[in-house]
Design a protein around this ligand. Structure first.
Ligand code: PEP
Ligand code: MG
Length: 753
């Protein structure tokens, strides 16, 4: 009965020798099949490699008719070889001709062979080919033999993929070329075009040595590294014991479980026993795991895969490897990551980072908000790009269309350069109008404010020429830190904001936490519907100390000036009054302690919850101003989760119901002599902003990049005319009034850039 003669180690050593020979690729492949066949005591050994159109072509054989080489071809899924290619899994049969998928090829002369073992030649989730052995006798190959053939296949895959046998271009299967240009489509999350070089946020570690010189020593190395990995994960848990809570603790706990996973450990050890180096074993086990999980299409398992990949990377570090691109960030770096937190993004040096690509990210996630604030183009939800990119690859990212071009052709780069220079030209035009008044053709002054939340936003106020900060999202500063900022840190931060704003007003929104804004250090209970859950003012009223500290800091920082405080997610007047009472208590406290106070303190309410709309006259008796938070208001009005890509764009803000609603708010506020503005995303889109002005709004707060384009629009409209037109539109029943508004704008020469 055949068995692996001398074990796979000898086979691997022979393989290494053959690969090092100065012979043609064909001669080396021919020798290879011969050696494998004799080592495994198989009568047949064949190598099939994938060619254009996912066809597996016989490239070398020992035992089958030589004339079939380069003539016998099987499509993916065709015959047993095609089946191995399709499933990327080994097939072990004692009676191959009896299998329903067996495809008889007379030219090969394989009639006498009953038993069949085929394993995929896989690397990086791609099947490069199939390696088979066959015997006359009907028998199943044992585990050791399967393992040995898989190990050989892995080494072969590496050699083929790295062009060690022939240029992969010769295979004429474009999918297999690691350097081919790739185009990805995702979501545009932060504007701008970046043409630069890929840097992997979690770089892959290149394994150079595949075959071990001394397998016993290799096993010891692996065991030591595994122990080191486990110890470091334990340490992570122990050292942060005190503040590690909720999800972050769960994640590390899961790591601990994985690091102790006996199955994983066993697979790694088995791979080393076959003669691979510890590093190659890590790669091989990862490759198998990746293929298996990706094929299941199970989202939860994929999450697991990320954890295992991370562990594998850590394990390689314990084996003494550092990733290539960890050292210095090149100029014009485009960071590619599966996922990233805002703090990690802020860790990168500003000057060198020009673009960001994330495989998984929600538009309202904070890394997206921070990227926008930093003015870095970001595209998200681009599956597979991290696996495809290599450090140093040329990459183009378009934050307007949501595409990324990896290793693009020169013409593509040229086209993007043109687009990029057009953008610059537009930015110059915007700079020219920065100091011009924001007045409509019929003399109506529109106040354009800017939204902000981080220190890095502040210089934009001067650059974009906004009249002030209409919405300062204070929670962002809380979210990027490792711990809750204390009173003095808050005072210093707010002071810096006020000072940098100079004479321009700043409206500070108190903490709007909950929903998708979670503090990394807080204890949060999962909620079924977080957007409708315990968030913003609801938290503040239940945990008044948080709000009172923040107010105390704001009062101190605004000494001698006007302080504008905006309360988020107010649902009824009583809630607003309760919060206002807390603020009054802080004012009273400051007075009693003779502490410096603002000259004037104005308290406003965000109009985000529809119920509050019906109480506007009463609200405006105690609120100094209201600001329409259209992002939340529209999600509640249309019953549409703003963070769910399946519905987030289903209803247009330019829908007659939305416009009527805003018109009524504006009228109701005017009747009560109250101040009203709007600070949701629609304020920054020129066409939407035109409609809002038509509905009577005179103050809009937006991302700094939108101030210029909106001002251009304002200077090209006649507010009275727009008002009449939009009022008429409110009576219509269209799903969206966008087309009508566009036509109106085109007819009147409204500038929409
Ligand atoms: C809004 O809801 O419109 C708003 C401005 O607040 P945020 O986007 O921070 O929820
Ligand atoms: Mg909101």
């Amino acid at each position: 009965m055949p068995t692996v003669a001398g074990g796979p180690r000898i086979l691997l050593r022979r393989l290494r020798e053959i690969m090092a020979e100065a012979a043609t690729a064909q001669a080396r492949l021919d020798k290879l099949v011969q050696v494998i066949a004799s080592n495994m005591v198989a009568e047949v050994c064949s190598i099939y490699l994938r060619r254009a159109g996912a066809v597996y072509e016989l490239f070398a054989t020992e035992g089958l008719n030589r004339s079939a080489v380069h003539n016998t071809r099987l499509k993916r899924g065709e015959g047993l070889v095609g089946m191995v290619g399709e499933t990327a899994e080994a097939i072990n049969l004692s009676d191959a001709p009896a299998h329903p998928r067996f495809s008889y090829r007379p030219e090969t002369g394989e009639d006498p062979y009953r038993s069949f073992l085929g394993v995929p030649i896989v690397r990086g989730g791609q099947v490069y080919g199939v390696l088979t052995v066959q015997n006359r006798a009907a028998r199943m190959y044992d585990e050791e033999e399967v393992e040995a053939l898989q190990t050989v296949a892995m080494v072969l895959a590496e050699v083929v993929a790295q062009g060690g046998l022939f240029d992969t271009a010769e295979l004429d299967e474009p999918e297999l070329r690691a350097d081919r240009p790739r185009s990805f489509q995702g979501d545009p999350l932060s504007e701008g075009i970046a043409i630069g070089y890929a840097v992997l946020h979690e770089p892959r570690i290149k394994v150079e040595r595949l075959i071990a010189d001394d397998p016993a020593a290799e096993l010891t190395r692996l065991d030591k590294a595994l122990d080191g990995l486990r110890a470091s994960v334990d340490q992570m848990l122990a050292s942060t014991e005190l503040d590690l809570t909720g999800e972050s603790r769960d994640v590390i706990e899961a790591y601990r479980l994985f690091a102790r996973d006996q199955g994983w450990r066993q697979r790694l050890r088995d791979a080393v026993r076959t003669g691979l180096t510890a590093e190659a074993a890590v790669e091989r086990v990862q490759d198998e795991l990746r293929l298996r999980i990706v094929r299941t299409g199970d989202g939860l398992l994929r999450e697991r895969l990320h954890d295992f990949e991370d562990l594998a990377r850590r394990l390689l570090r314990h084996l003494g490897h550092t990733a290539e691109s960890e050292a210095v960030l090149p100029d014009d770096a485009v960071i590619i990551a599966r996922a990233m937190g805002p703090a990690e993004l802020l860790d990168y040096p500003r000057g060198k980072l020009i673009g960001l690509v994330l495989e998984e990210v929600a538009p309202t996630s904070h890394v997206a908000i921070v990227a926008r604030a930093m003015g870095i183009p970001l595209v998200g939800n681009m599956e597979g790009i991290a696996d495809n990119a290599r450090g140093g690859d040329l990459i183009v990212v378009d934050g307007e269309t949501g595409e990324a071009q990896l290793r693009p052709a020169q013409e593509i780069v040229r086209a993007f350069k043109t687009r990029s220079s057009l953008r610059e030209q537009r930015a110059k035009e915007m700079a020219l109008i920065r100091d011009l008044p924001c007045v409509t053709k019929d003399g109506v002054h529109i106040q354009l404010m800017m939204n902000a939340g981080l220190v890095i936003d502040l210089p934009h106020l001067e650059e974009c020429g906004a009249d002030g900060i209409g919405l300062f999202r204070t929670e962002l500063q809380f979210m990027i830190g490792e711990t809750m900022p204390g009173l003095s840190a808050q005072i210093a931060f707010y002071r810096q904001v006020i000072e940098e704003a100079g004479n321009k007003p700043v409206t500070f929104r108190t903490l709007d936490l909950g929903g998708d804004k979670i503090l990394p250090y807080g204890r949060w209970e999962r909620e079924e519907n977080p957007a409708l859950g315990w968030r913003a003012l609801r938290i503040a009223l239940d945990r008044p100390a948080l709000l009172r500290y923040q107010i105390r800091a704001l009062l101190t920082a605004s000494a001698g000036r006007t302080l504008r405080v905006l309360l988020p997610m107010v649902s009824d007047v009583a809630e607003f009054n309760a919060a206002r009472a807390l603020i009054d208590r802080e004012l009273e406290r400051a007075r009693l302690l003779s502490q410096p106070q603002p000259r004037q303190t104005l308290v406003g309410a965000m109009l985000e919850v529809p119920a509050l709309m019906f109480m506007l006259p009463q609200l405006l008796r105690s609120a100094d101003f209201v600001s329409i938070g259209s992002n939340d208001l529209l999600q509640f009005v249309f019953a549409m989760d703003r963070t769910n890509p399946r519905v987030a764009r289903r209803y247009d803000a330019l829908n007659p119901a939305a416009l009527t609603l805003i018109r009524q708010i504006v009228q109701s506020a005017a009747d009560a002599n109250g101040e009203v503005s709007l600070c949701g995303e629609i304020a920054g889109r020129p066409l939407e902003a035109m409609a809002l002005i038509g509905l009577g709004l005179r103050t809009l707060s937006m991302q700094p990049a939108n101030v210029g384009p909106v001002k251009m629009m304002v200077r090209s409209i006649n507010a009275g005319e727009v008002g009449e037109f939009v009022t008429r539109l409110c009576a219509r029943t269209d799903h969206s009034l966008r087309t009508r508004l566009m036509a109106f704008a085109a007819e009147r020469g409204v500038v929409l850039k």
